[in-house]
Design a protein. Structure first.
Length: 157
């Protein structure tokens, strides 16, 4: 009976650890419309990476930065969207965003910040860069994460 409880506890621990690892990664969405609404609802920045299927540097960026998990330190700080300009949705959200943000080159990453019930352009990053530089540049565009307040020192007696 003790063995069964131990095995069950181990399985539960492994499941919890797996869920934590998945939650710690930046989750990239592919649908711009719902991501925009989620960013507004949660008052979080929206990070959109505009790419094109026939763009060599877009594929390099996806492989070396996104798929490699380079942006994991930013998980939870923004809503991330991978917007392939050749695979738009039925509402043409990607084309609309691309036009309104004046995206002409690929890859281009845009950070939009929630303000007055809409998202405002905070900055663009064009082209490919090393994973470390890409992470550093994106961190500079995002607001600093809130830090936990330190507990006040106990008064001296």
């Amino acid at each position: 009976m003790l063995k069964i409880r131990t095995v069950a506890a181990l399985i539960i621990s492994l499941i919890a650890a797996t869920q934590t690892l998945q939650a710690a990664d930046a989750q990239w969405r592919t649908d711009v419309g719902p991501a925009y609404q989620e960013a507004l609802k949660k008052s979080q920045p929206l990070v959109i990476l505009f790419t094109s299927a026939n763009c060599h540097y877009c594929q390099e960026l996806k492989r070396n930065v996104i798929d490699a998990g380079t942006l994991k330190p930013l998980a939870g700080q923004a809503i991330f969207v991978l917007a392939d300009t050749q695979r738009d949705d039925k509402f043409r959200n990607v084309a609309t965003m691309q036009s309104s943000l004046r995206i002409a080159r690929f890859p281009t990453l845009v950070v939009l910040m929630p303000a007055n019930k809409k998202l405002e352009d905070k900055g663009h990053m064009e082209g490919y860069d090393s994973p470390a530089n890409y992470l550093s540049r994106l961190k500079a565009l995002l607001p600093k994460p809130a830090t936990a307040a330190k507990p006040a020192a106990a008064p001296a007696k």
